[in-house]
Design a protein around this ligand. Sequence first.
Ligand SMILES: *Cc1c(COP(=O)(O)O)cnc(C)c1O
Length: 386
Amino acid sequence: MSVIPYGRQDISEADIAAVVDVLRSDYLTQGPLVPRFEHEVAAFVGAKHAVAVNSATSALHVACLALGLGPGDWLWTSPVTFVASANCALYCGAQVDFVDIDPRTYNMSASALEQKLLRAETEGRLPKIVVPVHLCGQPCDMAAIHALSKRFGFSIVEDASHAVGGRYRGLPIGNCQYSDVTIFSFHPVKIITTAEGGMAMTNDDGLANRMRLFRSHGITRDVEQMTQVPDGPWYYQQIELGYNYRMTELQAALGLSQMSRLGPFVERRHHLARRYDEKLAALPLILPWQHPDSYSGLHLYVVRVPGDATRSHREVFASLREQGIGVNLHYIPVHTQPYYRNFGFKDGDFPEAEAYYAEAISLPMYATLSEEQQDTVVAALVKALG
Ligand SMILES: *Cc1c(COP(=O)(O)O)cnc(C)c1O
């Protein structure tokens, strides 16, 4: 029995040809395609700058470094996310805290954020950076979070790993209208892929320059940035401690080729989501709720098995896996991970996130999922709930 996964890439012959062309060219890395890919994504989302890196995790790290996050600082994010959204703070020697989710969107709740900021202000522990995560591709309440950032003086890094191709209030996610930096992931399960890869978008020239520095060893060839007089035409200067987080030409070629199908990829996901909405409507499940302000990137389609259902969440999950449906759970709340419990987090700290975790199942959702396969998923779910 072949398993229907929860997500997978869509690779065309044109994608393959684009990558093979790079193998025959002069540059496997640091050639013309990385900047071309950056321009393409920046133009698509309407951001001034794009900094391509080797993963979204690296994008989060360079964004935090460029914003000056360091020891003594706090970064807040959602507990319902991949661990990378929080780990970026620890890489910088900063500390992490979480803001509970909204029970309808499963995104960081703007009102819980406001309450926590008011408490933190009296304790002198305000965050330097807040990382809203657009879970499943649905944007957070960015206007509200942005207003809070002005009032309490924090920076915003949007984790839009699930959301490239989506829109918030009619405009593309990634335009940074309500944030300092927005990051995307191009991992194969995400909406477009470069195998491994990520990108940081910003409208701020200084942040873009600093993210480029941290991407490549902290080295600059730009005389304007140098702190010593250049010694000759061969000269470069290391002015920060950076990393090697560069994207290769092979990855950029794949990304450029995938970009030409980004619109259709997201439309296909919406088509499949509408079909799920219809076919699952009569089942004892909580279906995804879509905020009318938003057009989701629809990386994930998450259903919830309510606690009072005939079959438990665990039974339904196990039955689906036994029937060859590669369902998954996004995500185990980060504060309950062993590594984070070491910082003193415990069960009960973020009740909405934990309630979500006890009920959520990610159903298969990807552009190449056929309607027949989707019907197989629906039939398996009917059986699992029976
Ligand atoms: C996938 C993902 C990441 C990390 O992406 P990589 O490109 O694999 O580093 C970060 N945050 C979220 C929410 C993700 O889904």
